[in-house]
Ligand binder design. Structure first.
Ligand code: EPZ
Length: 419
């Protein structure tokens, strides 16, 4: 089983270009089901989740061509002939559920395996179903599948009890072809929601308010095709920012949108790290020695992103002082803690709160990635640890990071993939 070998103690130096956002391109890939015309997406990173979504769309009859070298994907769903998403892809990737809204809008039905739990929590889909039911969809469950059916979707006013990213995306995609107008209240406001809405408007949808808690979608009869570039991945950018800080390095990130990272930049500066916005989508991150302890509370955007909580825990495990992290978004997003403790971190969990007592040193160790962002965090800890570390279970990391080891190596890191 492949694993990542890291020799710690080398400060990262140099420049790295941030890839397109996984969590923006996945819903856009699902949205290709909404039109029978050609869709081309640029800056789509070569990730396992993108491969999983591509395979899922192909199984529905969509023509998908991935130009990996140019990070471009071409779709055409005029041959759409199947509405069933089997257990495999849905189990591997929860974002598979994002095809429900588009399939209902385009075909009037969908049959999707229930997603099942995952490492970071139960992750229900009740808000997705609440919204789609309000638009006229009927649901039945059998054999671990949930079937949705409707003669047509009609616009409605939908309140989300929680600003769920996936539910907002599913409902928005269903609403673009519904009869009448849909209003989503307490909608998620993440940059990936704005990018999905921008893409949908680019191919003919009528959407106002994306990026605010109130989104209004006026249904249209059909959508056209288009060629669209995905926004940069703010979570990958934050991961590399921590890599620079934890290794005592000095790096420049290219292709970054600083306003997508306001909470992250502010928190990093609070730890004492130097973060400079250089203009033209460039950000410089320079370590100024041992960081200060800080407290973090994860929240829906624009709050501190839960997807960077494990990476910041790695940084704070070496801080001067004690830090407190409150994980308010997912109930179990601390699967990386036990692994970090094997490297010498001192972390105590009390329900959704982690208390981190900063240490002077971490020791290299053999650890296992519990999930995507926890795995990335362990690689970051290994960059700072004394000696060698081996991170196993790197299939999790490959879901959301393109060539993480190679790109860290390009910054001088001693990071290698072993067979
Ligand atoms: C998206 O997941 C992202 N994934 C996640 O990134 C990210 O952590 C999350 O949003 C929060 O920002 C993609 O975009 C593909 P949610 P999603 O629905 O849509 C509860 C990564 O590492 N909830 O906003 O699944 C849920 O239990 C991944 O790239 C309901 O209660 O997140 C959770 O506590 C991990 N009912 C909270 O909302 C529902 O119907 C946030 O979930 C839906 C969600």
């Amino acid at each position: 089983m492949e694993r990542i070998l890291v020799e710690g103690g080398v400060p990262l130096m140099g420049r790295i270009r941030i890839k397109g956002a996984k969590n923006a391109c996945l819903p856009m890939m699902a949205a290709s089901l909404l039109t029978s015309e050609d869709i081309i997406l640029d800056d789509v990173p070569d990730l396992d989740d993108v491969r999983t979504m591509s395979r899922l769309l192909r199984s529905l009859g969509v023509e998908v061509y991935r130009d990996r070298k140019n990070e471009r994907i071409y779709f055409n769903s005029r041959g759409l002939n199947n509405c069933t998403a089997p257990y495999g892809p849905v189990r591997r990737m929860r974002a598979s559920f994002l095809i429900m809204g588009p399939l209902l809008a385009r075909m009037g039905r969908s049959r999707i395996s229930l997603p099942g739990g995952c490492a970071i929590g139960t992750r229900p889909i009740d808000l997705h179903l609440k919204g789609l039911a309000a638009m006229g969809s009927q649901f039945t469950m059998d054999d671990g599948y949930i079937e949705a059916e409707t003669p047509f979707l009609r616009g409605n006013r939908i309140y989300l009890d929680y600003p769920s990213v996936g539910a907002t995306e599913n409902i928005m995609m269903a609403a673009v072809l519904a009869r009448g107008t849909t209003v989503i209240e307490n909608a998620a406001a993440e940059p990936e929601i704005i990018d999905l809405a921008s893409f949908l408007k680019y191919i003919g949808a009528r959407i106002e308010g994306a990026g605010t808690p109130l989104i209004e979608i006026e249904g249209v009869n059909s959508l056209t095709g288009g060629h669209y570039r995905v926004i940069p991945d703010r979570i990958e950018a934050g991961t590399f920012m921590v890599a620079a800080a934890i290794s005592g390095g000095d790096i420049i990130l290219e292709n970054v949108i600083p306003q997508h990272l306001t909470a992250v930049i502010s928190k990093l500066q609070e730890t004492g790290v130097l973060v400079e916005e250089l203009g033209q989508s460039l950000i410089r991150i320079r370590s100024r020695g041992r960081v200060n302890a800080v407290d973090i509370k994860t929240l829906p955007y624009p709050g501190f992103p839960t997807d960077l909580q494990p990476q910041f825990m790695a940084l704070l495990s070496l801080a001067h002082g004690t830090s407190v992290i409150s994980e308010t978004v997912f109930e179990k997003r601390y699967m990386h803690v036990e692994e970090m403790i094997r490297m010498g971190a001192r972390v105590r969990i009390e329900e959704r709160t982690a208390i981190i007592t900063g240490q002077q040193l971490l020791q290299g160790a053999i650890v296992r990635a519990p999930d995507l962002r926890g795995g990335a965090a362990l690689v970051l800890s290994a960059l700072a640890a004394r000696g060698f570390s081996e991170i196993r279970g790197i299939n999790h990391i490959r879901r959301g990071y393109n060539r993480l080891a190679g790109r860290l190596r390009s910054l001088g890191g001693r990071v290698f993939v072993l067979p």
